[in-house]
Design a protein around this ligand. Structure first.
Ligand code: 3HC
Ligand code: NAI
Length: 705
């Protein structure tokens, strides 16, 4: 009975008495309708064939099954549905073994949970990451996993979405065995033959006793409910806890029905649409024209110039990726400080119990500091992170031009400076690129890859490969003042200043935006980053500022008092005794009142809704300009930038996805309305106007690529 089903995505081969069912659906064996149908047919075939004594389910290639086919969400559902396929597997009267290599995630783990026995190879990762897509496990995961491993661990896995390795899975009883073969089919067949030889029975997970201690299970559910309530905004967290409660309270089939209801509720929610958009956008943003045509250059050794806030963070990111780093600083004192900055990160981890001193020593063995540029003659790639001054940067680049080997990639971490000008100041502009990390550089996921006019395609490809190695989310940007993120930030930040002068307090604005889902409001961000940074930029730009543009001076008045935020104990907020949570400051309110008077503004009240509408309109409009000018390749690149660099709620997908969900016509109507107050600031983006005229959304541009 060697045969195939559904365009070969599920193959069946009889090996002695064991039916080997292989899912072969690249790239990750997602459970498309064809795969589901193939699995159902395989279970029917096994049931109807006396020769078959046991079944092994395995994934072809690197992974077992990565879960439901995410591309099918939001489309009309096609039978057979996954819960039904799982039911057929579990109710097989012949033992079914899941043989797992690579990812068994989401629906993939649910298939494995429906099998009677599980064997996994080293390196396999098991998990229920549905929460990251705004969902809950919808094919029995919420009912079977707690029964198998208990409510506490099941809830931990479902609420965090984390992946579990084989050793932990074995300890927890999630798998029965770790296979020592490199081949999942061979391991699965050997295990199945052993089970047959010993007369092992079928063992449905629905009958497992992990919830037998009802009090313990209820305690775990109550704890989880508290954790879920703390996370702002995400619907699926609470629904996961509801489903676990159903597992405890209801017979299996009724629990399954409850899970289905909750799953469908999450599936229909805009949060799911936003999170699925984010999932694909994060992968799409790495697909850029240069990566298609050029091979990356090697980057086995890396130099970082400057060991301040960013240089040290970048060095840690590189070290964490397993690569060696040499840091160049100005003098011995700065070298020592740079090293301290790096060590501080690892010492923090040791304090939290997340790193051993031995491991720190191993990592730092790959780290060197030097004042001599000649020491970096052989490195493949250099990242400059010195002071944000053109003269200083050009001085450093001249040195790099002198010493770097031919073909070395030379990157700058500048936030705002003209990278074309930096590139053109040396003899090899083709090797120069922007690598704009975000602070803290070892933690923040975003990496803006800024592409100057003369850069060689393989240098761009190298930057994207480096991002992969550093586990960053890369976004391609072109050179302009602020690139994608900081350029858009400058505009919506201004809209917040206008609202503050017009009558909203910074505290109300921050709260409205936190309630919208931002990690922090703009005034909290300013206090965290340090008000002096923005102040220096404003002073630098004072001479070139349009005299007709509205300019709010409140921030300057605050900075003039030396109130730079958390580091000085006060900014927009008060931070008594080093506290990191600010309190509203009546003196700041008095400064705001005085500034309103000076500017002749009669304060009015704002609803939270209006605050969000204005802030988002400013962000979306500038986002459209950035796409229109080709600074960002696609709207999704703006989305990824904001989700991973600016604390934008991932479950809203990003500002451009949010705009699509609101309706571009509504956003444009708002902007036109606001323009009646200030036509210079609220100038509708030509792209927004064009899309509205054509009845299209931003996503149409993502799809067109
Ligand atoms: N459905 C459809 N496509 C998927 C997919 C899925 N579940 N998982 C990954 N892909 C696609 C990616 O979009 C990418 O496509 P591309 O090459 O066209 O860009 C390709 O597979 C490779 O993915 P990655 O680049 O992420 O490859 P990696 O090797 O880095 O990672 C992975 C592999 C760990 C499996 C990772 O892709 C992953 O985490 N996938 C998502 C897993 C997931 O969330 N599963 C739950 C789905 S929801 C569910 O199962 C509901 C159920 O309970 C009913
Ligand atoms: P920083 O002031 O903390 O560090 C700069 C370091 O460069 C100092 O240690 C200094 O000794 C060193 N340095 C100066 N001149 C040097 C030279 N000629 N040779 C070798 N080392 C030299 O500054 P920070 O914040 O780390 O910023 C560095 C760069 O990163 C700037 O271009 C900045 O715009 C950019 N950036 C900063 C971000 C932030 O949040 N701080 C975020 C993203 C980019």
């Amino acid at each position: 009975m060697n045969q195939s089903d559904n365009a070969s995505v599920v193959r069946r081969e009889l090996h002695g008495r064991v039916l080997l069912v292989t899912i072969d659906h690249p790239p990750v064996n997602a459970l498309s309708a064809d795969v589901r149908a193939g699995l159902a047919a395989a279970m029917d075939a096994a049931a109807g064939d006396d020769q078959v004594g046991a079944v092994v389910i395995v994934g072809h290639g690197k992974n077992f099954i990565a879960g439901a086919d995410i591309r099918e969400f939001g489309k009309p559902p096609r039978e057979p549905f996954l819960p039904e396929v799982c039911r057929r597997i579990e109710s097989s009267v012949k033992p079914v073994v899941a043989a797992i290599a690579g990812a068994a995630l989401g629906g993939g783990l649910e298939i494995a949970l429906s099998a009677h026995y599980r064997i996994a190879l080293k390196g396999a990762k098991l998990g229920l990451p549905e929460v990251a897509l705004g969902l809950l496990p919808g094919s029995g995961g919420t009912q079977r996993l707690p029964r198998l491993v208990g409510a506490k661990l099941a809830l931990d896995l479902m609420l965090s979405g984390r992946h579990m390795g084989v050793d932990a899975a074995l300890d927890a009883g999630l798998i029965d065995r770790v296979g020592d073969s490199a081949d999942a089919s061979a391991a699965g067949l050997a295990y199945a033959n052993e089970l047959l030889a010993s007369g092992a029975p079928v063992r449905p997970t629905r009958d497992a006793q992990g919830l037998a201690d009802r009090a313990a299970a209820q305690g775990a559910i109550d704890e989880a409910r508290k954790t879920a309530a703390k996370a702002r905004g995400l619907l699926s967290l609470g629904r996961i806890v509801d489903a676990a409660q159903a597992a405890l309270d209801l017979p299996f089939e009724q629990g399954m029905a409850r899970e289905r209801e909750l799953f469908l509720e999450c599936l229909a929610s805009p949060q799911r649409a936003g999170l699925v958009h984010a999932f694909f956008a994060e992968r799409e943003s790495a697909k850029v024209p240069e990566a298609r045509v050029a091979q990356p250059r090697p980057f086995a050794s890396i130099a970082v110039i400057g060991g301040g806030t960013m240089g040290a963070g970048i060095a840690v990111a590189v070290l964490d990726a397993g690569l060696p780093v040499i840091m160049i600083e100005r003098d011995d004192e700065s070298i020592a400080r740079g090293r301290q900055n790096v060590e501080k990160v690892y010492d923090g981890l040791i304090k939290k119990g997340r790193l051993t001193p031995e491991r720190k020593a191993e990592i730092l063995a790959r780290y060197t500091g030097s004042t001599r540029y000649d020491d970096i003659r052989d490195v493949d790639l250099v990242i400059e992170a010195v002071f944000e001054e053109m003269g200083v940067k050009k001085g450093v680049f001249a040195e790099l031009d002198r010493v770097c080997k031919p073909g070395a990639v030379i990157a700058t971490n500048t936030s705002y400076l003209d990278i074309d000008e930096i590139a053109n100041s040396i003899t090899r502009p083709q090797d120069v690129i922007g690598l704009h990390f975000f602070s803290p550089a070892n933690i923040m996921k975003l990496l803006e890859i800024v592409v100057p006019a003369k850069v060689a395609p393989d240098v761009v490809a190298t930057a994207f490969a480096l991002a992969g190695k550093l586990r960053k989310v890369p976004v391609r940007a072109k050179v302009c003042d602020g690139f994608i993120g900081n350029r858009i930030l400058a505009v919506y930040r201004q809209s917040a200043d206008y609202m503050m002068e017009d009558g909203a307090s910074p505290y109300q604005i921050d709260k409205a935006l936190r309630d919208f889902g931002f990690a922090m409001g703009p005034f909290q961000v300013s206090d965290l980053a340090g008000g002096d940074i923005g102040w220096a930029t404003r002073k630098r730009r004072a001479a070139t500022r349009d005299p007709n543009a509205r300019y709010v001076q409140i921030a300057d008045r605050i900075c003039e008092r030396g109130w730079f935020g958390q580091k000085t104990g006060r900014g927009y907020y008060l931070y008594p005794e080093g506290s990191r949570t600010g309190q509203p400051d009546p003196e700041v309110q008095a400064i705001i009142d005085a500034e309103r008077k000076r500017a002749g503004v009669t304060p009015r009240s704002f609803t939270d809704e209006e605050i969000v509408r204005r802030y988002m309109a400013a962000m979306i409009n500038e986002g459209a300009n950035v796409v229109n000018e080709g600074i960002a390749l696609r709207p999704l690149d703006v989305d990824v930038t904001f989700v991973h660099g600016y604390g934008f709620p991932r479950w809203r997908g990003g500002p451009m996805k949010y705009a699509d969900s609101v309706g571009l016509d509504k956003v444009l109507a708002d902007i036109r309305e606001f323009a009646k107050e200030d036509a210079l600031f609220w100038k509708p983006s030509p792209l927004l106007e064009k899309l509205v005229a054509e009845g299209k959304d931003f996503d149409s541009l993502n799809r067109a690529q």
